[in-house]
Design a protein. Sequence first.
Length: 539
Amino acid sequence: MPIDLCLLSSSVDEEDEEEEVDDEDIDDSDEEEECSIRRKAYAKFLPEVQKLLEETFKNSKVNLVVDRSELRCIVCPNPQWFKGWNALMKHAQTFKKKRIQQHRGYFDSIDEAIKAHDKANSQGQVVCANSRTASFDLEAANNHIIVWPPIVCIYGHAFQDGLDVQKAITDFLHKKAPEIRLPDFISAQCSEAFLLFRAEALGYLEAKLVAKLLHEHGKMLGIRGDLVTPRYMQKIDPQRNLVQWTEESEYIQVHLAHKKNKEEYDKERARLLEIQLQVDNLAENEMKFKERLERIKQRIEDKQREIESQKRRTEELERTHKQRMERLEASLQNEVKIFEATSAVRLKRYRDLLNENEKRMEEERLKRLREIDTLQKQLQSVTQDVKTMEKQKALEKELEVMQRTKNFIVKMERAEVEFNEMARKAETDLQERQHEEEMKLLEEAEKETEQLIQEWLSKQQEDKKGKEQITEDSINEVSECCMCMDELSPKNRAVLYPCGHATICLGCALLVYNEDRKLCPICREKIKKKPMLLPEIYF
């Protein structure tokens, strides 16, 4: 759990304001003043650090390798948090910007508090490798011969009382020194027994600790214990029947082993620190990956919402296009019907004209026939007259007259044939011209209709694109009302018709529409339709 040092920092800040001067103005050359400030900081922070260590580790030893408590430097004016006491001590030892001597005194107080805490909690426990090496007497160890493996001899009236000494020893060690490995119990005599420890440096220290505990607390059990010497083992077990013991140098078996253990301890500590760093990096990478995953999920959701919006907009555009095409098709059908009606009228007019021409030609033909009949009658009358005149005139004159009459009849017949041919030719030409005119009219009507349809479609598409482009540009470029400067949103953005501008809110658009002029504030085009909210498909 994170350790909150706000109470400590507040008390320190109050005392700093009342008792200390700003350390930024300290002259580094004045060593006495620096030492004085460092001692004051050490004395001030030591009780608070000891209290905090008790809250953090309680009755256990300080483990700087695995400790990751969240701690705040109580010297820095601005809060700075660190993970673990090791990081806090490094900061207090190396910080050089502000309150340098206070930081050094703070480091001294932390170091002293940790040592005192470990010392207070080391009674009845096996000390760590660092403390063993520091308290080892090298000169005494060089001249000291010990029994190997380490053995503790236990004795006392508990053997005469008939108690289960082995069980009593086991319970005693579980209670007083639960962290050590239980030794082997070997019965030597009726009033003595041996505790055989492992043949290691740590086993020797455990044997010394057990002997000390039995001297201090074994009286209540009726048991005492001493670390055996080679002289004692020569007396008790010279043949080495009970234990295969040897005489060894304490320096070789303990001190050198401690040194090796310390090196292994340092290597293991470095390895654990490296592993912890890797774990921290993995945790940090995991957090970054989770954050990136959340961002990717959010982007996917945004894209899905955008796709759904685009889909709805496309459906709305298709529906609108379908409605417009239906209206266009209906309009086109109406125009085709109108054209068909006008074409029928024109054909009827041409047919009536043709019928009139036919009637007129028939009348002219009948008139010529009547004229021919009249001429024939006249010829007959003339012939009769000639016959009567023949009697009166000479034969030559009568023949001449008959010849004239005959020539005249031939001319009349030829004229009739020519007239009939001319009439038929005129009728044929008239029909051909009429047919050609009808076909030209039909082709012109079809071309005009197709041209009108294409012009109308292109105009509709241009109007549609222009209005949609204007509307989209207005949406993309303008996010405020051009009149009242309020922010535009799908709930208040209005569109003006027919220009399609959407840079005005609905309230201002209605005000403009209710005016007499009704002009768009962007392009000054007259508004022809009541403004309404912009459809959702444009968002």
